[in-house]
Each structure stands twice: as C-alpha cells, then as structure tokens.
Design a protein around this ligand. Structure first.
Ligand SMILES: [Zn+2]
Length: 641
C-alpha cells in the first residue's frame, strides 16, 4: 500500500521537536517522593519543605556551585533531613556512587540505623531500589547500600581505611566540627573525603555542622570562604529587612519598684528597624516569607547560616510560645554554667563559642570585696608571696590559698623607687617577712615567693639567688605558645640562679575561669576591703582578653592587653605558678588545722606540710646577702637540679 501524504505526516509525528524535559530539582524530588519516617523526626508523613530548606537543597545541583555548606542550629529541623533528600535524589533520580561521612564509625552506624534505614523503608521509590539487608543476596549492609547505578557508603572520619577508595560523585560530610584533626596519620579526613570526588566534573559536595570553638571550628573556617548566606526576614510593621539575632529577644522588664526582672513568659521580638515589639506569630510569618541573601562574594562555595530563632516548629510542652521557650532555655543554660551555655551558643545560635577568658568585667569583682583581715581567714592554709619588678617600682602581693585552691587576697603593696636602689629590695624583704595571725590563733608566714625576672633579670636574679634556700625564686613568662603553667626550672644564666618558665596563657585560662565563679568554695577568689586592693587592682586583674592568633597556620589562644597596666593579673599568675612549684598538701594542712591528727595544741604552724618539707627560716632583712648556706629546701621535690 502506498502511503498517502496525510498518513506519512501522522506517522512521522514523533520524530523530533520535543521540548527538553525539565531537570528535577532536589526539592521537587523530595516533595514528590520523600516520606518522613515516624521515628527520629519532629514531623512525619509526606515531605513538605520549609521555606529556608528549598534553596540549599537545590544548590547541590547548581553547576556554578562546587560545594554547599550548612552551618545550622540544631532545632531548625533540617540539615540532616536535607542530606537524606540529597542521598535519595542521587539514589533514585540520578543514580550515582555516594559517600556519607559521620564523625565516627559508631555515629555512621547509628545514622544508618536511625535515619537512613527508616527513610528507605518509608519512601516507596527508595524501598523499590534498595533491597532489605535481611533478604538473601541483597548486597546491603549497615554501612553499604546498593542500588542500580550506584551505592551509598557510610564511613567514620576517624577511620582512615574508609576514607580511601574508589571515586564517588557525591560526597556528603555531616557534623564536620566533630571530626578528628587527622584520620590516623593520613591527615585531614574532610580533605581526604573530598578527594574521592576529584575525578568527577559534576561532583556534588556538601558539609554540615553546628559550630564549636571560635578559631578552631571547621565549619566556621569553611564558611569564611563561602558567600555566607543568611535568612533575611521583613518586619510586618516597618518593612525593615533583617537577620534575626539573639539581642532582639527581650525578656527583661522593670517591675513597679523599678527593679529589673526577667520574665521569659513575656518575651517578645524587637524589630531591629522600628524597635517595636513583635509576637511569636509575627516571627513565624516573617520567617516563612524570608529569603536567603549572600553577605560575601561568591567564589564557587555556597554557605548557609541559620540560627534557632528561625525555627518553625511549635513550642515545646509548657511554653506559651517559641519566644518564651527561647528565653527560658537561655536562662537554664546560663544557670548551668559555661559548658551548658557553650552548647546553647553552638546549637541554638549556631555561633562559635569564645573560650572562657575572652573578657572579664572588673566591677562585679570589686563588688565582692568583703570585710576580713588583718587576721588570716580560717580556711586559708598557705601564704604565697609574689613580686613584679617595673622600671620605677616593685608591685608585691601576698595571697592565701585553701582547699580546692580557693584564694584570698591578703596584702597588695606598691614599693616605689627604681629597683636598682637597695632600698626597694629591702622593703620587698620586709614585705615577704611579715608575720600574720591566723584566725585559729596560729602564727603564719609566707611559704614561697616568686619574683618576675622578665624586666630587670640581672637585678632580680641577684635578689633571688641567695634567697633560694627560703623558697624565693625567679620566674619568667614562657615564650612557647600553649606552655604549661610551670615548666622545669633551669640555671642557664650568669648568676646560676633558678629560673622557672611560666605559661601565662594556661594560668590565665584557669584564673579567668575562677574569677567567673560566683559562690565561695573551690577555686573562688576572695578580696578584702582595703589592704591595697583598690579599684585599680581590679582593672589590672581584668586587663587582658583571650584571642585566637595563628602560628604556622595553627590556631593558638593568646592573651592580649586591653589596657596598659596588668601587674595585678601577672601577680595572680605567679600565685598559681607558686602552688605548682610548692605543691603543698592542702588537705593535710586542713586536717591538721582542724584538729584531725593535729600534733600540737595551740601551736599549729600553718606554713607547709610539716612532715614533708620543713618551714623556711625567716628571710634576712639585709638584701643580697645569703643568710643560709644550706642547700635549697626540698630541692628534689621542687624539680631543682
Ligand atoms: Zn520594624
């Protein structure tokens, strides 16, 4: 039969001219196919993207984007769910070999059991592709899922064997701040994992984490190289576009007497623009209508930062609304101490935590000055002398320590006059030689004294060398970053005098932590009214802040001055150092003082653990002249060679 023109036209119809099929986006795949399992999630059933989840999911397929970063709060619902959507997409819609890295092998197993397996089970298109591991020859294990066109390998960043292997198009890394710095001896696990995708021109890489320590956080360092997108929302009252920040949550009010009270149940959101109060319903509407805005130039890496203020989940039981919950959870964290507050900052604010010691305020410390003295407080068990030598004066202090290194400021004195004059040193001798009355009735003297040799080293060593027999030693700040509080002393100097290197950073970490304590007890620092502890003392005590600096590419925490004078802080450091050198048995002293096994009545000499190291003889009032020809007391135990 001869084909007619008309028939020909009909039959050739399909030959060409179709429009291209639009590529499926990850967010569209999730809306169409993903089912949230009942367990391990705040929602269940069909997937519906939250507004801030759509763009990050789709960025994984963006040809311009080499890597997607998510630095997200824990309660915004999502960063792990987004990873599961990406895994599902590259299992079903564009099958490819995939790698998912968790901080440890155990966490990879837990992720497989608690998140991936239920997702596969409840999402029909995935269940059809990945056989039940319990069925025969499924080829599937806890850490390996096979499907036509690829497989998912789950590994731990702590296992170098898992990081090497065949190329993977999709490399997803979860909670990278918890990865070890090196996988065995192989190096940075994150970089090793990324290497697996090197041979793919269409590689897909993603990294997520809540951040951790400032300067040490891996996600923070990575985010700095990204376009750092933030979720921007608009005020319904003034239209001002803003990023929601913690300072906008207001829950401090004035009561009728004009006192400030905290009332988390009445918490509201304050607009950055018009300063008007906004309700939680208004916050939810603002967040739903928000958009991602880049805050840095784009150079291939797309970063998304989202804090917990953007959460769209309903408030927990017992809370009026989310704003109430935000304020209350902050107050709980604050009450539970630095560690709880750090977790809150990392997981709710999605911000890095600056280690204790960042800055301290002088005024609360001034306010704690109490009435004690001239007698030495009952719980004070050992007295320590310290001196810091300056060009025109010597600043000297006597400090007391008790159980748990609870401390008491005893005397603070500024000896005026340049240290090259004998008179200044004579006064220092007198200062260290003082005799005190302990509240128990016993007589008490300084047990050990440290003098800073950082400035006038020769003069200081001339002073300390003949007094070493009485435990008066020279100290000097260590030049090694992250040095311990005290390292072994040496005599590598002209005077052959003992000189102990002191790690100021380590000591200041300890001191700043202690100055933050609010309750008397272990570590707490007491200060008296008077006896030299004026306001200037407290300004000096809080005159430095901890910052992160880089040495040879490695972050190191150092203390930097925030004002010119800091002698009080230096002297506090020498107190901690002196305890490391003296190593007094504070518990034995405490028992002795309280009559538990006390040898003599009314005559308790509160200086040193008497059975171990004899108390020092008094220091001569004549400077620079050896009084005792004996070997230094307790030489071996003090690490002196
Ligand atoms: Zn406004």
């Amino acid at each position: 039969m001869k084909k007619t023109r008309a028939l020909n036209k009909v039959w050739q119809g399909f030959a060409s001219g179709f429009p291209p099929i639009p590529a499926l986006k990850v967010s569209e795949w999730a809306e169409a196919y993903r089912v949230l399992p009942r367990e391990g999630s705040q929602r269940s059933g069909r997937w519906h993207s939250l507004p801030y989840q759509i763009e990050p999911m789709d960025a994984f397929l963006d040809k311009e984007v080499s890597e997607v970063l998510l630095m997200w709060a824990a309660q915004t619902g999502g960063k792990t769910e987004l990873l599961l959507n990406v895994l599902g997409f590259f299992t079903h819609a564009d099958p490819s070999p995939q790698l998912l890295v968790q901080p440890t092998v155990e966490l990879a197993e837990a992720f497989s059991k608690e998140r991936l397996t239920p997702t596969i089970r409840d999402t029909p298109v995935l269940r059809g592709l990945i056989k039940d591991p319990r069925s025969r020859d499924s080829g599937n294990t806890l850490l390996g899922k096979v499907y036509p066109g690829g497989n998912i390998a789950l590994i731990g960043a702590n296992a170098p064997s898992g990081l090497a292997g065949r190329p993977r198009r999709v490399v997803l890394q979860d909670e990278i701040d918890r990865y070890p710095d090196s996988a065995g001896t192989e190096g940075d696990p994150s970089a090793l994992a990324d290497k697996r995708a090197e041979s793919y021109s269409n590689a897909v890489k993603g990294k997520t984490s809540t951040p951790t320590l400032k300067g040490f956080s891996k996600i923070e360092a990575r985010m700095a190289t990204s376009d750092y997108r933030k979720w921007h929302v608009c005020c319904p009252k003034c239209g001002h576009e803003q990023v929601l920040l913690w300072r906008q949550i207001i829950f401090t009010f004035k009561n009728d007497e004009g006192q400030e009270i905290k009332d988390p149940a009445r918490a509201y959101l304050e607009c950055e623009g018009c300063k008007q109060p906004l309700t939680d319903e208004e916050r939810v509407a603002m967040v739903r209508a928000g958009r991602w805005v880049a805050t840095q130039p784009f150079a291939g890496i797309r970063g998304y930062w989202l804090n917990g203020l953007n959460t769209l989940f309903p408030a927990g039981k017992g809370y009026r609304n989310r704003l109430h919950q935000f304020a209350q959870e902050f107050l709980f964290a604050k009450k539970n101490g630095a560690e709880a507050l750090k977790t809150w900052v990392n997981t709710f604010l999605a911000e890095t935590w600056e280690e204790s010691g960042d800055t301290l305020s002088a005024h609360p410390l001034m306010a704690r000055r109490a009435n004690y003295g001239p007698k030495i407080p009952r719980n004070c068990l050992v007295l320590i002398g310290k001196a810091d030598v300056q060009g025109d004066r010597i600043e000297a202090e006597i400090e007391g320590y008790g159980l748990g290194q609870e401390s008491w400021g005893i005397r603070y004195q500024i000896i005026m006059g340049p240290p090259n004059l004998q008179d200044a040193w004579k006064q220092l001798d007198e200062f260290f030689l003082q005799t005190f009355e302990h509240e128990s009735g016993a007589t008490m003297k300084v047990s050990v004294a440290l003098v800073d040799a950082g400035f006038e080293q020769d003069l200081v060593l001339q002073y300390t060398k003949p007094r070493e027999g009485h435990r008066i030693y020279a100290v000097k700040g260590s030049s090694t970053p992250n040095a311990p509080i005290v390292t072994r002393g040496t005599r590598n100097n002209q005077q052959r005098a003992m000189l102990f290197p002191v790690g100021g950073g380590a000591a200041k970490d300890l001191i700043f932590g202690r100055l933050r304590l609010n309750e008397p007890g272990a570590g707490y620092c007491h200060y008296p009214n008077g006896y030299g502890y004026d306001d200037e003392y407290f300004f000096q005590l809080t005159s430095e802040k901890a910052v992160t600096r880089y040495h040879a590419g490695q972050p190191v925490r150092v203390y930097e001055k925030t004002r010119a004078r800091n002698e009080a802080l230096d002297l506090k450091v020498y107190g901690v150092a002196a305890l490391h050198i003296l190593k007094p048995d504070l518990m034995a002293l405490h028992k002795e003082l309280n009559g538990e096994g006390a040898p003599e009545e009314n005559e308790v000499e509160v200086t040193m653990p008497s059975r171990q190291v004899p108390a020092p003889p008094p220091v001569s009032a004549e400077p620079r002249k050896p009084i005792s020809q004996r070997r230094p007391l307790g030489g071996q135990s003090l690490g002196i060679t």
